[in-house]
Ligand binder design. Structure first.
Ligand code: 5GP
Length: 196
């Protein structure tokens, strides 16, 4: 098991409805050393991709993106979840359905923070059905920029997002891939991966 898988086994909590709670080290209370290791693992994988910017989505992706940005030495931009969008032409927008909150958000990024020559690394904490990533990808496309890699903390491999994103040809690294979990026993089953 890698460092993140070990931590998930130790402190993650399996909830009904295919939700893995990681709020004692990632989503609410945050273990900054763990975040740093995640950022370093993304750098190891994507260091040669000439990343110019990291794009994530509020809220939980921001801390991981910032940890990675220290290694890549690039800015972080986060898509904001906004209920009332001021569509004045200066914003990229995308509709994102939230897996955890079961609602739809319009996410926005100011046009001034993405440009066609940007090489973007997308980062998020979880990948479930892929809605958040699809929203971010569409914003990058609207900006005429390029997604050169995607770094995810925890992919729930039994949901469709990971397969869909890989089928689209994106270079996706998920530090932990959960192939199954049991809310009754609390068991979590990881997909075997090579060293990360
Ligand atoms: P997707 O858009 O891929 O369906 O879901 C990804 C988003 O939903 C992530 O940004 C993450 O915040 C949230 N999410 C999805 N599944 C889980 C989960 O099992 N646990 C937690 N903590 N967040 C999740």
């Amino acid at each position: 098991m890698n460092f993140l898988e070990e931590r998930i086994v130790k402190d993650g909590v399996v909830k009904e409805g295919n939700v893995l709670k990681v709020d004692s080290f990632l989503n609410h209370q945050m273990d900054v050393k763990l975040l740093d290791k995640m950022g370093q693992a993304f750098y190891k994988k994507f260091a040669e991709k000439q990343v110019t910017k990291i794009l994530t989505i509020e809220t939980s992706g921001i801390a991981i993106a910032c940890a990675a940005a220290r290694y890549f030495d690039v800015p972080v931009v986060f898509a904001k979840k906004s209920k009332s969008v001021n569509l004045d032409g200066d914003l990229y927008t995308a509709e994102v359905e939230s897996f955890t909150h079961k609602n739809k958000n319009t996410v926005i990024v100011s046009k001034k923070f993405l440009s066609p020559d940007d090489r973007i690394l997308l980062i998020d904490d979880f990948l479930a059905n892929g809605c958040a990533l699809q929203g971010l990808i569409s914003i990058v496309k609207d900006a005429g920029a390029q997604v050169v890699g995607i770094g995810i903390g925890v992919e729930k491999g039994f949901q469709v997002g990971g397969r869909m994103i890989r089928n689209l040809g994106y270079d996706l690294l998920s530090l932990a891939i959960v192939d199954g979990m049991d809310a009754g026993t609390g068991e979590i089953f990881f997909r075997e991966q090579g060293e990360i």
